[in-house]
Design a binder for this molecule. Structure first.
Ligand SMILES: *Cc1c(COP(=O)(O)O)cnc(C)c1O
Length: 425
């Protein structure tokens, strides 16, 4: 791999580098285990003296190549692939924070992340408080406590479609010696590299654009490298881990202590690694990611403009529209000003009229999914967010009439025609 390869080249070439006579395509190592000729070889692997494979809960050759591809595309030093985006969010924090610690997060996060933070991590003794996306630098700093261990944000919030002001959170986190974690699922590394804007850890639900074909649920955590874990706040990184023969992660793995610790503690003990077959499919999906994201973004902008002038549409939210409040941040942080493929809109007549329009769609499918090649719609108020009251929906940035449209890579005229006939039905 060449150091200066650009994102389109990395998407195709990074990760798997076959040797002489090897298969050209990344092989699927659908094997739980690996054969060795002598006991010492396996002992050395267990002792982390050598790198290699012995059991697919911890590492697998197919998964390893997928991890290397995403790490390269995000310009990170290492990555750990997991069975879902939820696992990636959970492990990115559990690797840093423990019972009694606090984490600061953005209130516009994906609903599943908010649920994880306010229910399950809370039960584990990790307290998470939220700041609103309009918080100033001073307000973010004021929300940081002596026991805060990380700041967690989402680069392009699903489904609120708010672009994070990276500089505020990076500056506030670093002024307090904390890592900034960024869920970069919606822009993908094609549109945005959070490490360029101060992030220290990036997470993804690879289920979305990275796989891109709706075949595989998966997640990944990527480490930038170079974060100072030695400031005294993170003893688990700098003191011997007795569960692993006294390993000191910052001393023994100075390049990627976060990733090694995550793998040998959390993946060893809780499991939930990415399955090899899902890594195989996601690795292939990733090869066309730059092409797909370009088309998703072009189509979404065109559809947003179309919906905006439609007589039966009351409002449209797409950060790629020049009059959208997020537009300036899209120009600043996202490559070529592209804003990815998801937009939200409301139908005149509210929730009931929106449901009628959705039922009348032919090309666009009603699915609990976003970010694959097919155009899909979801009505959060009656689907993903149906446990919430109307006032809770508003607080989550989800109005009762909000329809989330994930614009696919079909011909945009066909997508517009389908929406038009459904809105008139
Ligand atoms: C879908 C999603 C997740 C959760 O990922 P799963 O793969 O469904 O577990 C996390 N963050 C964002 C932004 C998402 O869109």
């Amino acid at each position: 791999m060449e150091k200066n390869w650009k994102i389109e080249t990395l998407a195709v070439q990074a990760g798997y580098e076959p040797g002489d006579g090897d298969p050209r395509i990344l092989p699927l190592s659908q094997s739980t285990t690996f054969k060795y000729n002598d006991v010492q070889s396996v002992a050395d692997l267990f002792d982390l003296k050598k790198s290699g494979f012995f059991y697919s809960r911890l590492a697998n050759p197919t998964v390893d190549c997928f991890e290397k591809k995403i790490a390269a595309m995000e310009k990170g030093v290492a990555a750990v692939a997991l069975s879902s985006g939820q696992a990636a969010s959970a492990y990115s924090l559990l690797n840093i924070a423990r019972c009694g610690d606090h984490v600061l997060a953005l209130s516009s996060l994906y609903g599943g992340t908010v649920s994880l933070f306010t229910n399950t991590l809370k039960k584990a003794g990790i307290e998470i408080t939220f700041v609103t996306p309009d918080a100033s630098y001073n307000e973010v700093c004021a929300a940081i406590r002596p026991n805060t261990k990380a700041v967690f944000i989402e680069s392009l919030a699903n489904p609120a479609l708010i672009v994070a002001d990276f500089e505020i959170y990076a500056k506030a986190a670093h002024a307090h010696g904390l890592p900034l974690i960024v869920d970069n699922t919606f822009p993908t590394p094609v549109l945005c590299n959070p490490f360029d804007f101060g992030a220290d850890i990036v997470t993804h639900s690879t289920t979305k654009y990275i796989d891109g074909h709706a075949t595989s649920v998966g997640g990944i955590v990527v480490e930038k490298g170079g974060f100072d874990w030695g400031c005294g706040k993170f003893p688990e990184f700098t003191e011997p881990d007795e569960s692993y023969h006294g390993t000191v992660y910052t001393r023994d793995f100075p390049d990627c202590p976060f990733s090694v610790k995550l793998r040998v503690q959390l993946v060893r003990d809780y499991g939930i690694p990415m399955a090899p077959f899902n890594a195989f499919l996601s690795h292939i999906g990733c090869e066309t990611l730059p092409l797909r994201i370009e088309r998703h973004s072009e189509n979404a902008l065109e559809v947003a403009k179309f919906l905006k002038q439609h007589p039966n549409v009351s409002w449209v939210n797409y950060p790629g529209l020049p009059d959208n409040p997020e537009y300036a941040k899209v120009q600043k942080y996202f490559r070529n000003g592209m804003a990815s493929g998801v937009l939200c809109f409301g139908v005149k007549g509210g929730k009931a009229a929106g449901e009628r329009a959705m039922n009348a769609l032919k090309l666009a499918n009603i699915v609990v999914h976003v970010a694959d090649v097919r155009t899909g719609v979801l009505h959060p108020a009656s689907m993903t967010h149906r446990q919430l009251s109307d006032s809770e929906l508003i607080a989550a940035g989800v109005s009762p009439d909000l329809i989330r449209l994930s614009v696919g890579i079909e011909n945009v005229e066909d997508i517009k025609a389908d929406l038009d006939q459904a809105l008139r039905a």
